[in-house]
Design a protein around this ligand. Structure first.
Ligand SMILES: C[S@@+](CC[C@H](N)C(=O)[O-])C[C@H]1O[C@@H](n2cnc3c(N)ncnc32)[C@H](O)[C@@H]1O
Length: 264
């Protein structure tokens, strides 16, 4: 986190207000969060969040489950900004064999993780092993998203690929929901360029508690470009929300949310 970012975020109210606005503008985050809010009541019993990072979804799922356990791949997690934050995974492991008994969980959550392992089929098979038969899998993976958490960024996923991989691992997919459409993809890419390449806002964004999955980015923001850049970003996000409804294009999405059950 940059010292400028830290200084600005220390001003009372600035962090919360900045985070609120940044979350709304960040279409990937707000679309994903809306979907997770919607499906959280389906969760039951013991939940395992695979690749939990700093457990940003715990508060959404906690009311519906008996226990929320977050597990992380130690080597990749410790390289991220999230590892220096307050909320920690409950369990760290080698990224190969999940350190739990067979059928130990009722619900699995895995959000934006499948692209970060070189052997996604093996990770899905491990997830199938540790969930009860009939247990629920809630998984999200990107289809169109910039390179991130490099060099551990290996794949992007189509709905057909996700369905096939889940089936091979022993899950029956009940639903796949797209995250936005063409307009969200376009707006998200433009906004990412404006925020990070033009505004150099990575440090400030991390100081707000976002971008935890990246390594530390101590960038010094170009505050003087914000009067121009911020309104464009806000308009792009607002327009994308409208256009995705008015002129939908089912061949584009930022990513997909999968709901599946472990086969009986
Ligand atoms: C983009 S971050 C997502 C973190 C969190 N799920 C979230 O949505 O904020 C991807 C995470 O996957 C973790 N990861 C990579 N390979 C993994 C594996 N084999 N098992 C569990 N987690 C893994 C990384 O350490 C990283 O924290």
């Amino acid at each position: 986190m940059s010292s400028v970012g830290r200084g600005v975020m220390a001003i009372p109210g600035v962090r919360a207000a900045g985070r609120f606005v940044a979350d709304w503008v960040d279409l990937q985050w707000s679309l994903l969060l809306g979907q997770l809010r919607d499906v959280a009541p389906l969760a039951r019993g013991r939940l395992l969040d695979v690749g939990c990072g700093e457990k940003p979804y715990e508060s959404l799922f906690a009311p519906f489950v008996a226990q929320y356990v977050g597990v992380e791949h130690e080597a990749t997690f410790t390289a991220t900004e999230a590892s220096s934050r307050r909320r920690k995974p409950d369990v760290l492991y080698d990224g190969l064999r999940l350190p739990f008994e067979d059928e130990a969980f009722d619900t699995l959550l895995s959000i934006q993780v499948l692209e970060h392992t070189p052997k996604p089929a093996d990770l899905l098979a491990e997830m199938a092993r540790v969930v009860k038969k009939g247990g629920l899998l809630i998984l999200s993976a990107p289809f169109s998203f910039r390179l991130h958490e490099e060099p551990h960024d290996y794949y992007r996923y189509t709905p057909h690929g996700l369905r096939a991989m889940c089936k091979t691992a022993g899950f029956e997919v009940t639903e796949i929901r797209p995250q936005g459409g063409l307009w969200s993809v376009l707006a998200h890419k433009i906004n990412t360029f404006l925020a990070f390449r033009v505004g150099a806002l990575e440090g400030v964004t991390q100081a707000m508690g976002k971008l935890g999955h990246e390594d530390a980015r101590p960038t010094t923001p170009r505050f003087w470009v914000l009067p121009l850049v911020a309104p464009v970003m806000g308009c792009a996000s607002a327009a994308a929300r409208v256009m995705d409804r008015a002129v939908p294009d089912a061949t584009e999405a930022l990513g997909y949310l999968v709901l599946a059950r472990r086969a009986l």
